[in-house]
Design a protein around this ligand. Structure first.
Ligand SMILES: O=c1ccn([C@@H]2O[C@H](COP(=O)(O)OP(=O)(O)O[C@H]3O[C@H](CO)[C@H](O)[C@H](O)[C@H]3O)[C@@H](O)[C@H]2O)c(=O)[nH]1
Length: 333
């Protein structure tokens, strides 16, 4: 059985569905602080509890025959991490320590950890490889890098076997249209554009037009959430078969798109015209973040199969049917 921590969240809920589709048994553990119970596939066992609670975790690991853990639960807002770092270190680092301790106590040693491109800070490289030294520039990125270092130390000292997956920009939705992105507040580019095109926001603001990129706006590597969670399953299978351990991999596509190009794609897919305001830079945004996913391909055989158009198409399918996210049960078409 696979334990998915944070399985009611955006990426976790997609992982749960794919694991179940591929025949794994799944138990989801989530405190529903930002996740949604409706996002959890009914075929999974759902346990509500706190990651920082040794009692909750002890109960979970005693009750279910857990072979491997996927850990998606984290706070993810860079700006908030700067103003409230305690929240980030407490949840992303301290609670993860409790998890590791309880896992080891129960003899569970296989972990897939959700890390981030934010561990690289402000890289100048055109395409980022895993060997690039980590240099996070905010508490969010530091919290993820701290955990990666803890994992290295725990693998050496206690035999923990982990894979850390450094996500670039996860986007899109499952093609069923039943699960998708629903953050409060929503700050991510693609959902923000689509909410505007649905009439839920007056306009969109492009953060910065004077970056050293061809059109002056930031370039990111958008990876379809289904490709992303598929990579987790490749990694978990390899961990369980003892083909890999104690490695970090980038998860991206190797292709970058500027903010303007993403807006163009959203207009093309939806057939609607956006009202765009060109604003100031957002603090801490690197001009360009594009992953080399060559290592993930070479070591585990994974390759993304969806492009930006697929990402926007599936995200649009989700948003127009759930304009207010999971709270909206009206199902517009
Ligand atoms: O309204 C908006 C929203 C975003 N952007 C731009 O669009 C790009 C993508 O922004 P997102 O907020 O969607 O994504 P980020 O690259 O900033 O964030 C990603 O990396 C972060 C760490 O660096 C966190 O991990 C975060 O959850 C993850 O989506 C950036 O250049 C941003 O400046 C805009 O111009 N306008």
């Amino acid at each position: 059985m696979i334990l998915v921590i944070g399985g009611a969240g955006y990426i976790g809920s997609h992982a749960v569905k794919l694991l179940l589709d591929q025949g794994y048994q799944v138990v989801v553990f989530d405190n529903l602080s930002t996740g949604h119970q409706e996002a959890v596939d009914p075929r999974a066992v759902f346990v509500q509890g706190e990651l920082g609670s040794r009692t909750d975790l002890d109960h979970l690991f005693s009750k279910y025959p857990i072979e491997g853990v996927m850990h998606f639960a984290a706070h993810i807002q860079v700006g908030e991490s700067v103003t409230d770092p305690f929240k980030y270190y407490e949840n992303n680092v301290a609670s993860t320590l409790t998890l590791l301790s309880v896992m080891l106590q129960h003899g569970v040693k296989k972990l897939i950890f959700s890390s981030t491109a934010a561990v690289y800070g402000l890289p100048e490289e055109d395409v980022i490889q895993e060997e690039l030294p980590a240099n996070p520039i905010n508490p969010y990125g530091r919290s993820k890098w701290m955990v990666e270092q803890i994992l290295q130390d725990f693998s050496y000292a206690y035999g923990l076997e982990y894979v850390a997956l450094r996500y670039f920009n996860a986007a899109g939705a499952d093609q069923s249209g039943k699960i998708g992105e629903d953050h409060d507040p929503e700050t991510h580019l693609i959902p923000v554009i689509l909410q505007h095109l649905l009439g839920l926001r007056e306009k969109i603001t492009v953060f910065g037009t004077d970056y050293p990129t061809p059109d002056g706006t930031c370039i990111r590597d958008y990876i379809h959430v289904v490709d992303l969670v598929e990579a987790h399953i490749y990694a978990m299978r390899a961990l369980l078969d003892n083909r890999v351990k104690n490695e970090a991999f980038n998860l991206g596509t190797g292709h970058g798109y500027s903010v303007k190009e993403v807006i163009d794609m959203c207009e093309k897919v939806t057939g609607k015209k956006a009202t765009v305001e060109y604003g100031a830079r957002r603090e801490g945004d690197p001009p360009k973040l594009v992953a080399s996913s060559e290592k993930m391909h070479r070591v585990l055989g994974w390759k993304p199969t969806h492009n930006l158009e697929d990402i926007v198409r599936t995200a649009w399918n989700w948003h127009r049917n759930h304009p207010n996210g999971y709270v909206d049960k009206r199902h517009h078409v």
